[in-house]
Write a protein that binds this ligand. Structure first.
Ligand SMILES: [Fe+2]
Length: 295
């Protein structure tokens, strides 16, 4: 989900978060904010002047913990290259992928929670009940991966581009707070419809708040400070990081929730492999969606 000389300042302790972390939230070392100049040792450069940070090239998370401790099964570790801040006049980053995945997560949580909270009569067939659980499991994995990718890939790139303009700590705290809610959804995945529907509704409410904050606070910072090429690198990196078994869900799922113009932009930027994967999976995915939602 970029790089030459950058001023670096280590802020020391974690900047005060607008919301305290939930009890038991694991915290890492000192939070880093950046604002200085170091020579580039190596690595490619995206944008104008290239920048390199101490620790660049190592697995990185926003609060300094090792990415390996949080990376989900099947997702490889990422090396974050140095990043050149966007210069005035350069094109803004394309946020289409983030907009679409946010919409896809909330739309599906909404419709699953509503459907499961008001089970139809007669009850769903065993085949449909299993398909609903299977689809829900894929959606929960998407949400999990999205948060890990933000922490491991997108946040470091924003920090390298925007420096102290934004404190991403509260949004990382949100991810930690959402993790047990996701776990709760998984733990009741095979319970009765109403129990699963309630858990998904709770997740939807928390995630909607979080996404609202993210789009209000982070999107303007990305547009102003993150080079278009850097955000494109984030998207490519996340795409390459995902296990194929999940991409078989992800690609047609995003296509389903994208507006036509958005899908054109996503496919243009994604390249031939994603276009082939969409062509190969779309029909089957839509049949799966019809079985789950009846639409
Ligand atoms: Fe997030």
């Amino acid at each position: 989900m970029l790089i030459s000389a950058f001023q670096t300042m280590w802020s020391g302790a974690h900047a005060p978060a607008s919301r305290p972390p939930p009890a038991g939230t694991p915290r890492g070392g000192a939070r880093r904010t950046f604002a200085g100049v170091l020579p580039v040792a190596d690595g490619s450069t995206l944008g104008g002047a290239a920048f390199r940070l101490p620790g660049a090239g190592l697995p990185h998370t926003t609060d300094g913990r090792q990415a390996a401790a949080r990376t989900l099964d099947g997702m490889r570790q990422i090396r974050i290259p140095p990043v050149a801040p966007r210069r005035p006049g350069e094109p803004e980053a394309d946020l289409t992928a983030l907009v679409v995945i946010h919409r896809a997560m909330l739309t599906d949580l909404d419709r699953l929670a509503a459907m499961l909270s008001s089970p139809g009569e007669p009850p769903a067939s065993p085949e449909r009940a299993a398909a609903v659980r299977d689809y829900t499991a894929s959606l929960l994995t998407e949400i999990d991966h999205h948060h890990v990718n933000e922490d491991d890939v997108l946040w470091p790139v924003i920090e390298r581009s925007a420096g102290q303009v934004i404190d991403l700590g509260p949004l990382t705290d949100d991810h930690h707070a959402l993790a047990p809610v996701l776990a709760r959804c998984r733990s009741v995945l095979h319970r009765d419809d109403r129990t699963l529907g309630r858990a998904l509704g709770e997740l939807r409410d928390l995630l909607a708040d979080h996404i609202g904050d993210e789009e209000r606070e982070v999107f303007p910072v990305i547009r102003r400070h993150v080079p278009r090429a850097a955000l494109a690198w984030v998207a490519k990196t996340i795409e390459k990081r995902a296990p194929l078994r999940q991409m078989v869900f992800t690609v047609p799922w995003l296509a389903r929730h994208a507006e036509p113009a958005e899908l054109d932009r996503l496919l243009r930027d994604a390249g031939p492999p994603a276009r082939l994967l969409l062509a190969a999976t779309r029909r089957r995915w839509r049949a799966r969606e019809r079985l789950v939602f009846g639409t």
